[in-house]
Design a protein around this ligand. Structure first.
Ligand code: ADP
Length: 588
């Protein structure tokens, strides 16, 4: 981590500690307050160990503004990812607890202190998020979306957000979109919002009185691609010629006192530049000290189609309604961090859920057996057995009611690799810490609905005898296929690879087709993979697909959804069996 970054982190941490010390825990005397204080102390030690090693360092040195030398980001991106993860986990607990504390009967003074803790924690989290994001971007492991989105709506939302950031200043915000800019584009809308919020956010920070304008024009158009130029122009303090040359370098702020005056991490513009360049674009800046600054960036976008924009965006739900729907849901939580254990059970109990929390895989699996669990929440990083491994054990249980329980993973960091592991381990959904209560509620409600559907589907499947649940589990057998490949294991491997690829394409195509109610596409996609399923001797999966084909012919959406949900649960198990069988054959 760079010197400046470490310094900022420590300043923020110091702020957080001051707020915590100002809080009278005796006065509040709740269990939460004590746990919060203990957690902070543990957090500090952990942070100390993570950044400086386990050698004890002087408390005084730790909180001075002295610049401390530690490795630079380019030297060790992995270390940053690790440190960030370790810090985010306990910090998530602190933020969560302050959320709960706010709902207690606090005096005005206590409320203000809780707010101060919260604000310091959020600032710290923000810096950690930026460090992590920057290290991911430079390491090339950040994913970019390619989806259809409504540019005008996005710009409207960004401008609205920026308007709310202008407090006590006479600054006007203008927007000008050229008429030839397409409304629907294909690209990464959240990254575009991030860039604009960053540039406009900076402009708002550095303009006391005056104007900020955003304009969008098309500079080039070929083969369905529009090169869009966004300009963010302000009449603020400007940047000196000398500083201008370094403005996109990481951890740089124009003047030495910028951090004291305006805060920030000096990472915003380097992240912005990386994001733009990774999308095939470029950014430039011009500025006159005392007169203002203009940032211009170009990004190529393909024109999109309004019909592809999902109408099923996550909606926010009223807490009361959510609480009614969630009441009585039995939730099993695998979590090792004590503070987070306490936090999650408080949160879930408030929604009248029946909650069991454990860090012990054995105990958890036995609770799953005895308590008729509806949903599992799984922390991915645990000491004895990782969340991935526990999920795999759940999925390999014999009992179909147990092995199909929805699993929502949560973690303080989530990479593309983790996403793959989640898929392999049969995890259905994911929550990034720190999550809001609304996000948690939405995920739980979605999974609960699906769980009900799956159980209904099991009943339906039993009735229709499309698949007999009690039927002996079919095992994968690939040796006859290997014989057909003239005993060439490479050829079999290639077949398996193609098979998997076809299945992933099938899953993607059917997901979209279901949301568009495109029965023809569902029929074709199902029909296409039937041969592959037969080839791999996965007849149980094939029966589900035949059912889907049938459902598509008769436009029975509910039936298709039920069978597809079954397929999504069963396929990862089958894939794991195929991999195992392949390994066995390779060893022969
Ligand atoms: P930070 O996250 O600290 O805001 P940035 O990378 O976004 O860092 O910006 C780096 C520095 O560039 C800022 O600290 C500020 O000194 C300068 N800067 C950025 N945008 C503007 C602007 N619109 N007007 C004046 N100075 C700016």
């Amino acid at each position: 981590m760079s010197k400046l970054k470490t310094k900022d982190l420590i300043c923020q941490l110091s702020d957080l500690e001051t707020s915590l010390n100002g809080f009278s825990f005796e006065e509040l005397s709740t269990l939460e307050a004590k746990t919060l204080k203990n957690s902070f102390n543990r957090f500090k030690t952990q942070l100390n160990d993570q950044i400086f090693g386990t050698d004890k360092i002087n408390e005084k040195d730790f909180f001075t503004n002295e610049i401390i030398s530690v490795p630079t980001p380019s030297q060790d991106n992995k270390l940053i990812a690790h440190v960030s993860h370790e810090i985010r986990t306990p910090l998530n607990g602190i933020i969560g607890f302050t959320n709960l504390l706010r709902e207690e009967n606090l005096t005005e003074g206590q409320f203000k202190k809780v707010e101060a803790i919260q604000s310091a924690s959020y600032n710290l989290m923000e810096i950690i998020k930026e460090v992590l994001e920057y290290s991911k971007l430079t390491a090339g492991i950040e994913d970019f979306d390619s989806v259809d989105f409504n540019l005008h709506r996005l710009l409207k939302d960004v401008m609205f957000l920026c308007q709310t950031l202008i407090v006590d200043k006479s600054v006007t915000l203008n927007i000008d979109i050229s008429p030839d800019v397409p409304n629907i584009l294909i690209g990464d809308p959240s990254k575009l919002s991030q860039i604009l919020l960053n540039l406009l956010g900076n402009a708002i920070k550095f303009v006391e009185k005056g104007q900020i304008s955003l304009s969008v024009v098309v500079t080039e158009q070929k083969k369905g691609t529009h090169m869009l130029q966004f300009s963010v122009k302000d009449t603020g303090i400007g940047i000196s010629k000398e500083q201008l040359g370094h403005i996109f370098e990481s951890y740089k702020q124009a003047e030495k006192d910028t951090f004291q005056k305006y805060g920030g991490s000096g990472l915003g513009l380097s992240i912005v530049k990386e994001i733009i360049e990774k999308q095939g674009g470029s950014i430039a800046v011009t500025s006159i000290l005392g007169a203002g600054t203009t940032f211009k960036f170009l990004i190529p976008f393909r024109k999109g189609n309004i019909q592809n924009i999902s109408k099923n965006k996550p909606k926010s739900i009223s807490t009361q309604k959510g609480k009614e729907l969630l009441g009585g849901t039995k939730i099993l939580v695998f979590e090792d961090n004590e503070l987070n254990q306490h936090l999650i059970s408080e949160q879930l109990t408030k929604w009248n859920c029946i909650t069991h929390v454990t860090a012990n895989p054995k105990e958890g699996l036995s609770l799953l057996n005895t308590e008729e669990i509806d949903i599992v929440l799984m922390d991915l990083k645990m000491p004895k057995m990782s969340g991935f491994e526990i999920s795999k054990s759940i999925r390999s249980l014999q009992d179909t009611t147990l092995n199909q329980v929805p699993i929502i993973a949560f973690s303080a960091d989530f990479t593309a690799q983790d996403q793959e592991y989640c898929y392999e381990s049969g995890i259905n959904d994911f929550l990034l810490k720190p999550y809001t209560l609304n996000e948690l509620m939405i995920k739980l409600l979605k999974r609960k609905k699906e769980r009900n559907l799956t159980q209904a589907s099991l009943r339906l499947l039993k009735q229709e005898t499309i698949i007999s649940i009690k039927q002996k589990k079919e095992t994968v057998e690939l040796s006859s296929l290997l014989q057909e490949c003239d005993d060439e294991i490479e050829m079999l491997e290639e077949l398996v690879r193609l098979f998997k690829q076809n299945i992933y394409e099938f899953i993607g195509a059917v997901k979209i087709a279901i949301s568009n109610k495109n029965f023809e596409e569902i029929y074709h996609a199902s029909h296409k993979i039937k041969a592959g399923l037969a080839l791999m001797n996965t007849n149980d999966l094939k029966r589900l697909i035949v059912g889907m084909e049938d459902g598509a012919k008769n436009t029975e959406l509910a039936k298709i959804e039920l069978l597809f949900a079954q397929f999504l649960v069963q396929y990862p198990l089958k894939e794991a069996q195929i991999d195992k069988e392949l390994k066995k054959l390779k060893k022969r």
